[in-house]
Design a protein around this ligand. Sequence first.
Ligand code: NAD
Length: 374
Amino acid sequence: MTLEFSFPDYSSHPDFDNHEKILKIEDRALGLKAFIAIHSTQLGPARGGCRYWSSYANEDEALKDALRLSRGMTYKNTLAGLPHGGGKTVIMGVPGTATPTRDIMLAIGHALNELDGIYETGEDVGTSQDDFLIAREITEHVRIRDPHGDMNPYMAGDDPSPYTAHGIYCGIKAALKHKFGNDNVAGFRFAVKGLGHVSTPLCETLHRNGAELFVSDIDDKKVQYAVTNWGATPIEPDKIMSQDVDVYCPCALGGDVNPETIHFLQAKIVAGAANNQLSGPDMARQLFERGILYAPDYAINAGGVINVVMTGIPKDIVMYRVTGIYNTLLKIFQRSDKEGKDTAEIADTIVEERLAGTFQIRNADKASTIKNSA
Ligand code: NAD
């Protein structure tokens, strides 16, 4: 192997946000280039998945993704009250390949050892449990759900989607409570874009509790399933956002609410699973100004990361913990009204206050240690 590690100074990069460490991984023989960005370890070891993506146009695009996604993980973990900071691994995939080779995963394993436990990772876009079984041959700093296929079915740590779905359901109830004074979903109308792993259990719960569903997916079979089983109304993907409903649930891809689409929205609430569902912070401001209540994505979709962190704990206890998303969102909504700031800004502010508070506590500890030893 010709594996090389370096910690270049990226502090002038526009997406640098006081990241603690950025490890660059290169292996010319393997054609490997990857970044591990550690945004924060203030609340505990950084956590965040490992992405393999072969469509990055250049190194800067991959670095940008690593910087942004690792920061996002700090915010998600902190707001969810988890004892972890944020990090992310981004592997620039070999053109034409969708998944990493065994040698690449071994190289990632060595890189994780280089970081000595300040960061743990696992599967994400383009990587799988099997890839991490390879990395695990040489490092313990990986998170694998079910390494031997014998996980107790009553314990958390399995597929995160049902936990994410439960969190979204709780977040939707909080939004209804705040907007309409009633958190019972019965009789409310929902437009759901994307019928995937998260939105399927979500729609089942909404339907069971009396909600009316309008759904769309690029996969007709999924739409048909929704029509047959939940009495949903099928809608073309490009029309789902403009439905006259109470709640719009973006559960497909990111960037759904953007300058071209925001004018179509008729819903009073935007609450769904997708990561980065707004194209930028200006969208959150516009939603706020139009009186549309937005449930910040990283607040409402944190059920999955809570499940991963609570691996091995009984599922019902973890689900109960996920239910806390209801109160987290209510606090964000109430503070947004009080301060006249959009909900995305309030969520970020709460995280930054928590991190600043921890920083003060840590420094106070250091100060008292110095005093006591003097
Ligand atoms: P998924 O791939 O299972 O489902 C996405 C669905 O969206 C698919 O059925 C796909 O056909 C559909 N889709 C794609 N483009 C579409 C379009 N233009 N119009 C309509 N439908 C379209 O993904 P998932 O695991 O359910 O996750 C959904 C979103 O939530 C993703 O953005 C993901 O990043 C995010 N998320 C998921 C989890 C989790 O636990 N799975 C956790 C946090 C966030």
